[in-house]
Design a protein around this ligand. Structure first.
Ligand SMILES: CSC[C@H]1O[C@@H](n2cnc3c(O)ncnc32)[C@H](O)[C@@H]1O
Ligand SMILES: [Zn+2]
Length: 429
C-alpha cells in the first residue's frame, strides 16, 4: 500500500465543522484511511494555509458543451436549443466531443471538481476524456426522439441502453453510467414504457431533465392531465437511484413524490437564471427530505463549470425563492455541492471520513478575499471561487498540484478545443 498524507491544513468535516488536521489516503484503494491526527504517509501534499475539503461534485453537466461557451446567449431554453445549440451539435464528430469534454474536464479539475454526471452523445469520447483526466463520472447518452421517425427513435433509445451497459465500470471503475432520456417532452411515452424496464434490468439509474421551464410543464398537464413527475412515475421513472436535473417548477405533490420515492434533484441555479427558466424551491425540497445536489449544466448556459459559483448561486437564489435570508444557508449550499451531489449520483464520496473515496480539493486560504477567517464554511459559500483551488485529488491520485494539472496538457487541450470549436461553427453555417 502506498499512502499520501495531505498535511498542515484545516479540514472540513462531514458535520461542517473545521479542525486543524491531516488526511491520510490509500493511493491504490483510492480511499481515505484517516482524518485528523494521522500516521506519516509515504508521500506528502502540502496543505499549509489551506482548507482540505471534499472535491466538489457537479451532478449535472454536458462537458463537451465547453466548445459552445459563448456561442449562443441571452435566449430562453427552447429557442436556444432549437435555433442554436441543436443545429451545431448536429455537426459535432466524436473527436469534437472528445476535445470539448477534455476542455470541460480541465476546467473542472482546475476548480476543484472531482466527480460529475455527464449527459451527451458520442459518449465513448466523453469517457476517453474523463479517463485521461482522472475524474470520476456517471455518464449517459441523452436520448431525444422528438422529430425522429419510429426506427430512428428506437435506435436512439437502443444506443442509450447500450452505452449504459457497455461503459459501466470503465476507467478502472471511475466511470459508471445511467440511462438518460433527455426530458419528458423530448422523448415519447410509449418508448419510455418499452425501454425503462430494460434499463431496470441493466441495473442502472435513470437521469433526465424535468420540470425545467413552465413551457415543459404545461403541455404535459394539458395532454395527460397530470403533473410531469406524476407522468414520469406512471412511466416507471423515479426509483430511489434516479435523479432529475433542474426541478425548477415543482408543486407540493411532486415534492412529496420525490421525498417518497427517494429520487434525487440536481439544482442548476446558474443555468436556471441565465435561461430565465425559473427559481427552484430548494429549501422546500430540503425540508421535505429530498436529496438535492448541484450542477452547472453545460458551459453554454452557465457559462463556466465552477461549482463554487453554483453553490453561491444556490444560497443566494434559495433565499430569494423562500423570501427568507436564513434559507439555503452556507452549510446547506456546501453540503449540496459535496455530499448531496455524491448521494444523488450514488458515489461514496463528498465527505472527508475514513473509508470514503479519496476525492479531495485543497483550497488556498492565503488571499485577501478569504481574510479574516471567522467561518470557513461561510467563505466556501460566499467568498471562494474555483480559482482558489490549489490541489485536486481523485481516487487517491493527484490530478492538480500547486495549480498545475498533471493529467492533461492544459495548453494542448485549450488549443485543440479552440480549433475544433471554430471549425464546428464553420460547418454549422
Ligand atoms: C442529447 S444529449 C443532451 C442534450 O441536452 C442539451 N441541453 C443542454 N442544456 C440543457 C438544458 O438546460 N435543458 C435541456 N437540454 C439541455 C444539450 O444541448 C444536448 O443536446
Ligand atoms: Zn442539462
Amino acid at each position: 500500500m502506498t499512502t499520501l498524507e495531505i498535511t498542515g491544513g484545516q479540514v472540513l468535516k462531514p458535520d461542517m465543522t473545521v479542525e486543524h488536521g491531516d488526511v491520510l489516503v490509500d493511493r491504490e484503494a483510492g480511499e481515505i484511511l484517516a482524518v485528523g491526527d494521522v500516521p506519516a504517509g509515504d508521500e506528502t501534499l502540502d496543505a499549509t494555509d489551506g482548507l482540505v475539503m471534499p472535491g466538489l461534485v457537479n451532478a449535472h453537466t454536458h462537458l463537451a458543451m465547453a466548445l459552445l461557451r459563448g456561442y449562443a446567449d441571452d435566449k430562453p431554453l427552447d429557442s436556444w436549443l432549437r435555433e442554436d445549440v441543436w443545429p451545431i451539435e448536429g455537426v459535432l464528430e466524436p473527436d469534437d466531443v472528445r476535445a470539448g469534454a477534455a476542455l470541460g474536464a480541465l476546467e473542472s479539475i482546475e476548480a476543484g471538481t472531482t466527480a460529475l454526471c455527464d449527459m451527451y452523445f458520442h459518449v465513448p469520447a466523453v469517457v476517453d476524456a474523463v479517463e485521461q483526466a482522472g475524474l470520476r463520472a456517471r455518464v449517459g447518452h441523452g436520448v431525444v426522439t422528438v422529430g425522429k421517425d419510429g426506427d430512428e427513435a428506437s435506435a436512439d433509445f437502443e444506443e442509450g441502453l447500450a452505452v449504459a451497459r457497455e461503459q459501466d465500470g470503465a476507467a478502472d471503475g471511475r466511470v459508471s453510467t445511467a440511462f438518460m432520456p433527455h426530458s419528458l417532452t423530448t422523448v415519447d411515452g410509449a418508448e419510455l414504457d418499452e425501454f425503462v424496464p430494460k434499463a431496470r434490468e441493466a441495473d442502472v439509474p435513470i437521469h433526465l431533465h424535468a420540470n425545467e421551464t413552465r413551457d415543459e410543464v404545461t403541455p404535459i398537464v394539458d395532454e395527460h392531465g397530470e403533473r410531469p413527475l406524476e407522468y414520469a412515475a406512471s412511466h416507471g421513472l423515479l426509483n430511489e437511484t434516479d435523479f432529475i436535473a433542474h426541478g425548477t417548477h415543482l408543486d407540493a405533490t411532486e415534492i412529496d413524490l420525490l421525498a417518497e420515492t427517494g429520487a434525487g434533484v440536481v439544482h442548476c441555479p446558474a443555468s436556471n437564471m441565465k435561461l430565465a427558466s425559473g427559481i427552484a424551491p430548494v429549501q422546500e425540497l430540503l425540508d421535505a427530505g429530498v436529496t438535492v445536489g448541484l450542477g452547472t449544466d453545460g458551459a453554454a448556459s452557465n457559462n463556466d463549470l465552477d461549482v463554487f459559483d453554483e453553490l453561491r448561486d444556490a444560497a443566494m437564489v434559495g433565499k430569494l425563492a423562500a423570501d427568507d435570508a436564513s434559507a439555503v444557508d452556507a452549510a446547506a449550499a456546501v453540503g449540496m455541492a459535496t455530499a448531496g451531489s455524491a448521494d444523488v449520483l450514488g458515489f461514496d464520496s463528498g465527505r472527508l471520513a475514513e473509508g470514503k473515496k479519496a476525492d479531495i480539493a485543497v483550497l488556498d486560504l492565503d488571499s485577501a478575499h478569504l481574510t479574516p477567517q471567522h467561518d470557513l464554511v461561510s467563505h466556501l459559500a460566499y467568498a471562494a471561487s474555483g480559482a482558489d483551488v490549489l490541489h485536486t485529488i481523485c481516487d487517491g491520485d493527484v490530478l492538480m498540484r500547486d495549480r498545475e494539472v498533471l493529467t492533461l496538457d492544459a495548453e494542448q487541450v485549450r488549443e485543440e478545443a479552440e480549433e475544433r470549436a471554430a471549425a464546428a461553427v464553420e460547418r454549422a453555417r
